[in-house]
Design a protein around this ligand. Structure first.
Ligand SMILES: [Zn+2]
Ligand SMILES: [Zn+2]
Length: 270
């Protein structure tokens, strides 16, 4: 079974509603042998009454106990840092404080706003919005050093109003090329986020799988590190759409995915 490398629990992620025990039980029942736990950590975030940071040493301690409770299910100790321009040094510093298996980087804010709540950015033409967002993903991957995976490049699209908007390669080839150049030259991985696929299906979007031109371009540039993550926050959402994603990747010629153990990529046959 392919590793689901992106999951949250309510113990450290303020927007999650599942316990570690619920997550472990669900992963086991779905036949997984290894999962990544990647709790949210936002160095800078607009005030929303939630605490998007936590004590890393405490997490490190609690995690050893979680691994004991998980038994033969292997837990990868991870974190998901949110990027905004200027926090790169702090992310690189925090990422070295405890021994992580995997560090994810994400862009959850657009022009300083949480677009899950603030809908302003969706008034922009889709091409403009997507170009600027992928440009931020590129900048994040260029400026940060201590990370393993760029998570959900299509996050901006999850909450779009126009159901025919979709992040495509042709809208912003320069930004995608910069993004992939940074990932590939640094040996970092590209995540296919299966929660995005689920959200696009549930939201009634006209497309739901990642644009094949994006993945074809990544591969043509030499990219071969693809991670899968369901980004689960609540019971019942772990490993969602994995079969669809795996079939799709195979149809595009990918043969392996990857997970990270002590920051080293480990390949799995798709
Ligand atoms: Zn979240
Ligand atoms: Zn996440």
């Amino acid at each position: 079974m392919i590793t689901d490398g992106h999951n949250h629990t309510k113990h450290f992620s303020p927007d999650a509603g599942q316990t570690i025990d619920e997550l472990i039980t669900e992963a086991r029942s779905k036949g997984f042998t290894r999962i990544g736990i990647t709790e949210h950590y936002e160095v800078e975030f607009p005030e929303d009454g939630l605490d998007w940071t936590f004590n890393l040493e405490e997490y490190d301690k609690v995690f050893s106990d979680w691994q004991k409770r998980a038994g033969e299910l292997e837990l990868l100790k991870g974190i998901e840092f949110g990027y905004v321009p200027g926090v790169e040094k702090e992310i690189d510093r925090l990422a070295e404080l405890i021994p992580f298996d995997v560090v994810l980087l994400s862009v959850h804010l657009f022009r300083g706003k949480d677009f899950y709540v603030d809908r302003e950015c969706y008034k922009l033409p889709a091409k403009e919005l997507h170009s600027e967002y992928i440009g931020l993903m590129a900048e994040m991957c260029e400026k940060c050093s201590n990370y393993d995976v760029a998570a959900h490049y299509d996050y901006i699209n999850r909450y779009a109003d126009n159901k025919s908007d979709f992040v495509t390669y042709d809208e912003c080839p320069k930004e995608f090329d910069r993004f992939f150049e940074a990932l590939i030259s640094k040996g970092k991985a590209l995540e296919i986020n299966t929660k995005s696929i689920r959200k696009h299906i549930d939201g009634g979007f006209t497309r739901h799988l990642p644009d094949e031109a994006i993945l074809n371009r990544y591969r043509a540039m030499g990219g071969n590190l693809i991670c899968l993550g369901s980004d689960s926050h609540f019971p019942g959402t772990f490993g969602v759409c994995f079969d669809e994603a795996v079939q799709y990747l195979k149809s595009l010629g990918f043969t392996e995915s990857v997970y990270f153990k002590e920051h080293n990529p480990v390949f799995e046959q798709l």
